[in-house]
Write a new protein. Structure first.
Length: 226
């Protein structure tokens, strides 16, 4: 096997891994094979970029990061095509979003006492951190946390609840290294993303706040009527 064959073996291997994860994260919205073919085609069309990465120890890391971003774009386009909603309506649960929400989700007094806004309408300029949008996000994250195993849920609670803990004292309290606890937190966040399906509750200008389940049911009904 020559050097180029080894590179393509790495490309196909990473593409399959990313396609499988994206399919699971988005609950089968796009078939794994479709994602795999899209990523493989991207590699063929952007071979000049991959050539620049060859010989670098970070080749697989760059492929994984690039393929992940491309998979998210592809899923967003497919979701927009199925739902007939603009791609701008799609809002993913990134680690950055989870960092912000996990600081508040543990204190139920702060957000479960918020008035029921299921029949309120959110203005087009409303941000995910405001009003009913934020309540929907917190509710979704709380439900996702309940589906994690006890160890991962407790780790995230220690990291974020009541002001949270920095990695150094958290590692000391768990009797491990700071690097190890960073990896454990990242894995727990990835699992939480998977439980959430990758997307936040859907809304648009003047659209009632809905849960993921309601949004998916509506899309299925539209498809069945076509």
């Amino acid at each position: 096997m020559d050097e180029q064959d080894k590179v393509w073996e790495a490309i196909y291997g990473v593409a399959r891994q990313v396609a499988t994860r994206a399919n699971r994260t988005h609950r089968g919205l796009v078939p794994t094979d479709d994602l795999y073919q899209h990523l493989s085609l991207w590699a063929l069309e952007h071979w000049h970029k991959i050539e620049q990465w060859q010989g670098e120890e970070s080749l697989k890391f760059k492929l994984r990061k690039t393929f992940y971003n491309e998979a998210q774009k592809y899923v967003a386009k497919e979701r927009a095509r199925h739902s007939r909603a603009p791609i701008s309506d799609t809002f993913y649960y990134t680690h950055e979003v989870l960092h912000e929400l996990l600081r508040d989700v543990w204190s139920h007094v702060g957000w479960t006492d918020t008035p029921d806004m299921s029949n309120e309408y959110i203005s087009h300029t409303s941000k995910p951190s405001e009003g009913g949008n934020r309540l929907a996000l917190l509710s979704d994250v709380a439900a996702g946390l309940s589906r994690l195993n006890t160890n991962d849920r407790e780790l995230l609670r220690l990291r974020y609840a009541s002001g949270g803990m920095e990695f150094a004292p958290l590692a000391e309290s768990l009797g491990t290294t700071e690097e190890a606890v960073r990896k454990r937190v990242k894995r727990a966040l990835n699992k939480l993303q998977d439980r959430l399906g990758g997307e936040a509750p859907v809304w648009r200008g003047r659209r009632r706040v809905r849960s993921n389940a309601e949004a998916r049911a509506e899309i299925r009904n539209q498809e069945e009527q076509e």
